[in-house]
Design a protein around this ligand. Structure first.
Ligand code: SDX
Length: 432
């Protein structure tokens, strides 16, 4: 980053104006460096929800919300989704460049070497109710990885960081599929290292010991693309959670578990599950207007799930790619007349012609179509966010690693604007 200029803060209280550096990155908005503001003025800035705040610098992912641009290490998501697979993208997010064939072979083998879970961890699942939400299981089991891998918890050691990254990338599909198998009472299926990442996950999810399982290549490619589209997304809520947890020196397994917890919320990664349930509740095109009116009603805090975004004020490029994947999968499966997909297309059309959504620049986001694709792949609604977490693990790990490898990183410790009761004494009745 370079200093492009200076911002002058005039407090109009007789004190001298405060000079704050204006810093430029390689793309996107410049920033006012306020690190010395409190020392120079005694003031804090105030930005609940971080609408105007850059929490850190990063070289990993860039988003231009107005233009609907998403780049992983400079590559447009559209090109990565078309020409690469998820393992290429994992390597890219971690190392900054796409792998050569030899690098990919080594990286893929290293990941596969960690795809099994310690058998004692398998017993964790039986502690949950069968009908536990898969995200509750994921939070617990991923956090518990810290109890098993003491040999890679020294976060200042790059070798340990790489080991932890391999373990998290490799084990999340196994943990996720096992959460599904536990939920439906079927035996766990162990990873098959001869299969690709996406194929292996589908095998662990849908194969049963009694029959041979062959994944449909179109389905495998669709899942691989879903994983690419969800891999990283700058400083979203769950990534910021992982960074904040990691800033205290917490181990990566605990940090990713914290990220999974944050992603679960319906305003974030839980929106894909909520969106499908919304489409099922709407049920028919004739009821779309009723739900649009509810979403527009200030008295009703109802929102159209899968619509709107803090950063995108244009169509989320991932939503476009997900819509294309919907078409491909539904056509391949002979479901091109899928009721919910047709309903979603109609809902998108009507909303995007409505001034409420146009004026607020509310467009479909990544979660709007992902539920329909996943449902077509045979994935149950309750698993949608778990699969988002599985895909986002590489983004969390890359962002966490970028932070902890920065020798200047500090523990994250925001301040506040205190609006509570001013200082007072305990009543005499308490004083003995
Ligand atoms: C993800 O950050 C990321 O990058 C996240 C993510 C990632 O990859 O990590 O992209 C993944 O989380 C996508 C978002 C999934 N969530 C949803 O689809 C839930 C529905 N959407 C919203 O709740 C909302 O749009 C947010 C949370 C996504 C964004 O909220 P903001 O930026 O805080 O915007 P806001 O709540 O201030 O809304 C601005 C206005 C308000 O109206 P006014 O007060 O101006 O009159 O837009 C309205 C809101 O009421 N609005 C909606 C709406 N989203 C915003 N109205 C109806 N339906 C909606 N979905």
């Amino acid at each position: 980053m370079t200093q492009r200029g200076t911002a002058i803060l005039n407090l109009n209280n007789g004190s001298a104006p405060i000079e704050l550096p204006v810093l430029s990155g390689t793309m996107g908005p410049d920033v006012i460096d306020i690190r010395k503001l409190h020392a120079q003025s005694g003031l804090f800035t105030y930005d609940p929800g971080f609408l105007s705040t850059a929490s850190n610098s990063s070289t990993i992912t860039f988003i231009d919300g107005d233009k609907g641009i998403l780049l992983y290490r400079g590559y447009p998501i559209e090109q990565l989704a078309l020409h690469c697979d998820f393992v290429d993208v994992c390597y890219l997010l971690l190392h900054g460049e796409l792998p050569t064939p030899d690098q990919k072979k080594t990286f893929d083998a290293a990941i596969k070497n960690h795809s099994m879970l310690n058998e004692q961890l398998v017993r964790f699942y039986s502690g949950f109710r069968r009908d536990a939400h898969p995200m509750a299981v994921m939070v617990g089991v991923v956090g518990a990885l810290s109890a098993f891998y003491h040999d890679s918890l020294n976060i200042s050691d790059p070798v340990h960081r790489e080991q932890s990254a391999f373990r998290l990338i490799a084990k999340l599909p196994t943990i996720t599929a096992m959460a599904y198998k536990y939920n439906i009472g079927q035996p766990y299926v162990y990873p098959q290292n001869s299969l690709s990442y996406a194929e292996n996950f589908l095998h662990m999810m849908f194969s049963v010991p009694t029959e041979k399982y062959e994944a449909n290549p179109v389905i495998v490619r669709a899942l691989d693309r879903i994983l690419i589209l969800h891999a990283d997304h700058e400083q979203n809520a769950s990534t910021s959670t992982v960074r904040l947890a990691g800033s205290s020196g917490a181990n990566p397994f605990a940090c990713v578990s914290a990220g999974i917890s944050c992603l679960w919320g319906p305003a974030h990664g839980g929106a894909n599950e909520a969106c499908l349930r919304m489409l099922e509740e709407i049920g028919d095109v004739s009821r779309i207007d009723e739900f649009i009116q509810r979403a527009k009603n200030k008295e009703d805090n109802y929102r159209l799930m899968g619509f709107g975004h803090r950063v995108y004020k244009n169509m989320d490029p991932r939503a476009k790619l997900m819509r294309e994947t919907c078409h491909e999968v539904l056509n391949e499966l002979g479901l091109h007349n899928d009721r919910l997909f047709k309903l979603a297309l109609q809902l998108e059309k009507i909303a995007l012609e409505d001034d409420y959504f146009i004026s607020r620049k509310l467009y479909p986001n990544v979660d709007f179509y992902s539920g329909i694709v996943q449902r077509a792949l045979g994935i149950p609604t309750s698993m949608f966010t778990a699969i988002f977490a599985m895909a986002r693990t590489i983004g969390w790990v890359a962002q966490w690693s970028e932070m902890v490898s920065d020798p200047d990183h500090k523990i994250g410790r925001p301040r506040q604007l205190y609006t509570g009761t001013t200082m007072r004494d305990v009543p005499g009745s308490y004083i003995k």
